[in-house]
Write a protein that binds this ligand. Sequence first.
Ligand code: MF3
Ligand code: CO
Ligand code: CO
Length: 275
Amino acid sequence: MTDYMTVDDTGVLPRDGTIKLHGPAGFAGMRKAGRLAAEILDALVPLVRPGLTTAALDDVVRQMTLDGGAVPATLGYRGYTHSCCISINHVVCHGIPSEKTLKDGDIVNIDVTPLLDGWHGDTSRMYLVGDVPLKARRLVEVTYECLMIGIEQARPGARLGDIGAAIQRHAEGHRYGVVREFCGHGLGRLFHDAPEVIHAARAGSGPELRAGMFFTIEPMINLGKPPVKLLEDGWTAVTRDRSLSAQFEHSIGITEDGCEVFTASPRGLNKPPYA
Ligand code: MF3
Ligand code: CO
Ligand code: CO
């Protein structure tokens, strides 16, 4: 059974599995947080080149987040000490910024979550470093299609599982693997909240989508098989078979007749190639 609660978009909210239904103030807050998140990803486009360290990119994300009047929600989150996640090649998600340098041919996900005026804008995109082989570029392109096909399902009356079903169908049609260990999530005044948005699901399953729900869709798609493993650092998730992995993430809100994407790029830089 699914519980929903209509919230007034001000006070503290329970983390008890209830799905929050937000009003106009929530949409306004998410619009601002989402826009800042997208502007940060836009600003990284010219910086992602061979030779740069991922720590340097993290510094830019932190500074832009603070300049935008926000704080990085990941900073201090469950012991995480960085302002974004940077996941290269076979890293599925939660790559930790470090002195490692980007190299020609890498595919890189950068995931940012500014917390602005109490609202979380959570988004990630893939970046191509220099000359990327066609096989990897295809994976990136199809992963973006998976995100957008998922978003197309998001409207009142649909089921959450319709999103995962559409994503899984598209990814597996290309013989890619859909990661099961990590999901999208409700968000708003909380960073990770109900519902869990699974990216491989049965159509018609899961909670009904209602106007006012806020959640992310963030499919992780592998060139090889779906399983991941966690590295010793407790954060970095990699593909078990060491195949390449790609991910895109948007934060959305269900409206009366569809959905609003809070984290769309103001400059149209939603996916590579960005040139
Ligand atoms: N931004 C990630 C997400 O999409 C969460 C990162 S949590 C961290 O949900 F601690 F790893 F940064
Ligand atoms: Co997320
Ligand atoms: Co994210």
